[in-house]
Design a protein. Sequence first.
Length: 244
Amino acid sequence: MSDTAQITAESSLTGYGPRAALYVDWAGSIKEGPPYALYFFRERQYIRWDIDEETLFPGYPKSVDEGWPGLLDIFPGVPMTGAIYVPGWHNKVYFFFKGQDHAVAWDVAAHKPDAEPIAISRLLPSRLTSGGAFSPVYVDRGDRQTVYVFRGDAYARFTVQDGRLPEQEDEGYPRKIGDGWTGGLTVMPTCAVSVRWPHRGAGVPAHKLYFFLGDLYTRWDVDSHSNNYRLDIPSGWKGWPEFD
């Protein structure tokens, strides 16, 4: 990431912008509550978004230590910079932390972190994931599952194979973000997440990508691969709280 892009991303983070975003399906785990939800993390707090009702669950923000016990103990005092959940990758959530070359692997079934972190070079082998913060996002299009990694003004793509971590990024990557995400994105977002809204009408495309940068976000339609709009978070996510 260039110095200018890094400064822009960090200086634009005020009270609303998340640093990591995550969609998880908890079916089959020991965790109680809805089987799937959206999570947004910032510093030592997180919020959980109700996908069915399209609103914030009551009582949030909450402490990460309360909802994800042990997660922040692996790299004490180090800020989180990203997270990703790929169902076919051993039923783990992978959390990334500033300046660390390993990721924390969270066991979805047991709802606890693995004792040993995993090397990022093994998880997402690319020059974009080495030596600095990056933003990962998983997208399931039904016929194809993909992981994207954004850093600076470039992005990489990994085609997901069930049960196997990627050996390398797809051929022809990294590429310029502006070449692949025309009209909506030119530099690395702070974080991103893919969502299928289950109760939207047939006339409203339900599969969306959300790119966050500070207090702003861009909504991207997955099926048409096009930008919908850009808004500030409180305007588009009614009831979104300010983090401490």
